[in-house]
Design a protein around this ligand. Structure first.
Ligand SMILES: O=P(O)(O)OC[C@H](O)CO
Ligand SMILES: [Mg+2]
Length: 237
């Protein structure tokens, strides 16, 4: 069913995590820049676009292949190399603007919410160390190393697994709204038959916006009424 504004009427919401709820994409960017500089190469946003949102090993393969360093550094060794740096950065993770307000608003209004992140358990724990209370409002959380997630985004696996775990009768994918920052994540949600609000980094090429149903500069700009969801009671500050 559609709203008068032509958008699907939403009953359930699934959030991406890295770069959407948490400002963690910058850590991956920084570490990748450091590693590439050793090979006298630079990291750019066309490569970033191909990596973000994916499972670690899938993103690592893209990294070594696209940069041409695969003969010197395997995808597996790249993951080992970046691990120590990331482990020190992740506990400092901060929320993206508007994430706290939107999650609390949906929870307070009884909209079932969940998280579907390509991040695996160990990294998830580090990233959410300071945000346990907010993440406890999620009905469930599906991680990249979940056995049901055979393939990472853009495969629909993770969003279909998240949809199945809501309580009650099976939820029609058309009633689910996904929030994503990554091109692969937007595609994964569309492949799962869901609607997607994309909140991309401004450095991402705008050609990646076209698969999303709505593109916002920030979660602060989200208007729940566009999707038949309860409106905010006060303006964002
Ligand atoms: O954007 P997410 O939450 O699916 O995370 C994916 C990787 O961990 C980072 O790109
Ligand atoms: Mg993301």
């Amino acid at each position: 069913m559609a709203n008068p504004n032509g958008k699907a009427s939403i009953t359930h919401v699934i959030f991406d995590m890295d770069g959407l709820l948490l400002d963690t994409e910058k850590f991956y960017t920084e570490v990748q820049e450091i590693i590439l500089s050793r090979y006298n190469k630079t990291f750019d946003w066309s490569l970033k676009a191909k990596m973000m949102g994916k499972k670690a090993i899938e993103a690592a393969r893209v990294f070594v292949e696209e940069t041409g360093i695969g003969d010197s550094l395997s995808a597996e060794d790249f993951l080992v190399e970046r691990e120590e740096m990331l482990r020190n950065m992740f506990p400092t993770s901060e929320l993206m603007p508007g994430a706290d307000r939107l999650v609390r608003h949906l929870h307070e209004n009884g909209i079932p919410i969940s998280v579907a992140t390509g991040s695996h358990r160990r990294h998830f724990e580090l990233k959410t160390q300071r945000h346990g209370e907010l993440f406890s409002l999620m009905h469930h959380i599906v991680l990249g190393d979940d056995p049901e997630v055979k393939q990472g985004k853009p495969s629909p696996d993770i969003f279909l697994a998240a949809a199945k775990r809501f309580e009650g009768v099976p939820v029609d994918p058309h009633s689910i709204l996904v929030f994503e920052d990554a091109p692969s994540g937007v595609l994964a949600a569309k492949n799962a038959g869901m609607s997607v609000v994309m909140v991309p980094d401004p450095r991402l090429d705008s050609s990646f916006h076209e698969n999303a149903d709505q593109v916002l500069g920030s979660l602060l700009d989200f208007n729940p009424s566009d999707w038949g969801l309860p409106p905010f009671q006060s303006a964002a500050c």
